[in-house]
Design a protein around this ligand. Structure first.
Ligand SMILES: C[S@@+](CC[C@H](N)C(=O)[O-])C[C@H]1O[C@@H](n2cnc3c(N)ncnc32)[C@H](O)[C@@H]1O
Length: 236
């Protein structure tokens, strides 16, 4: 079992430790999505962290968290935060039906080619009225040929590229690249609805002040969405 993430595992571990600006934005959005979650004690139940990486979200969440990921080097670190299972998503066949109170998936949906099966599998392993929270790169940024463009006055515009299509982009990660699979917000939400997920929240964000301070190349893009956060409840 191997994946492009094997080659960038070390880079990701360093990025989480040394340059938390980007991962802090993902984390803050996850916390906002889960904010009013305590009403039915889901936060005290059993959580599945889908694509847990080196475990930063597992360390932050309450209750019991089981992490799953394909990258062995990252899982070795995540194990300090809780039990882990090595598997290649969307395979969740190791998990029992209706066994989790909630699932979280941060920075991962866009790495998975078959997101429809992932939504179905997540619904299967989550109990009725259980919850799914996804934070991802905003689909505006994963569309092939989409990019920031600066006009002669210095104003930054966004080129939509193939937003309405469903291609791939190669994102530079350290000295390597990883493939991100593009699907529009509409395609993403429809796939989740087909799998039995009812949307509770959709939050769109631009870069935070901390990210802008560390990554001046994002300057002028505060009103261009970079992250999307979605929270659903299982209806079946
Ligand atoms: C951007 S990192 C996010 C990690 C973690 N969720 C976090 O926020 O710190 C993406 C993660 O997705 C995992 N991943 C990518 N493709 C995968 C696949 N097909 N199956 C399981 N995990 C995968 C990678 O190994 C990596 O840990």
């Amino acid at each position: 079992m191997s994946d492009a993430w094997d080659d960038v595992a070390e880079w990701w571990i360093d990025a989480v430790r040394d340059d938390p600006a980007n991962s802090d934005d993902f984390l803050a959005l996850l916390e906002e999505l889960l904010e009013d979650d305590s009403a039915d004690q889901r936060s005290d139940g059993l959580t599945l962290d889908v694509g847990c990486g080196e475990g930063q979200m597992m360390r932050r969440l309450g209750g019991t968290v089981i992490g799953t990921d394909v990258t062995a080097q990252l899982l070795r670190r995540a194990q300090a935060a809780g039990p882990t299972v090595r598997a290649a998503l969307p395979d969740l066949s190791w998990a029992r039906t209706n066994s989790f109170d909630r699932a979280i998936c941060v920075g991962v949906v866009e790495a998975i080619a078959d997101h429809r099966t992932l939504f179905h599998e997540l619904r299967r392993v989550t109990r009725r009225n259980g919850q799914l929270a996804v934070v991802s790169n905003h689909p505006v940024t994963t569309a092939p040929r989409s990019e920031a463009m600066v006009d002669p006055n210095g104003e930054v515009f966004w080129r939509w590229g193939d937003y309405l299509g469903s291609g791939q982009i190669h994102q530079k990660v350290g000295d390597d690249v990883v493939v991100l699979h593009h699907r529009s917000i509409g395609q993403l939400l429809s796939s989740a609805a087909d799998a039995g997920w009812r949307l509770d929240r959709l939050i769109e964000r631009g870069p935070s002040p901390a990210t802008l301070a560390r990554h001046p190349d994002f300057g002028g893009q505060t009103n261009i969405p970079t992250l999307a956060g979605m929270r659903w409840t299982s209806t079946r």
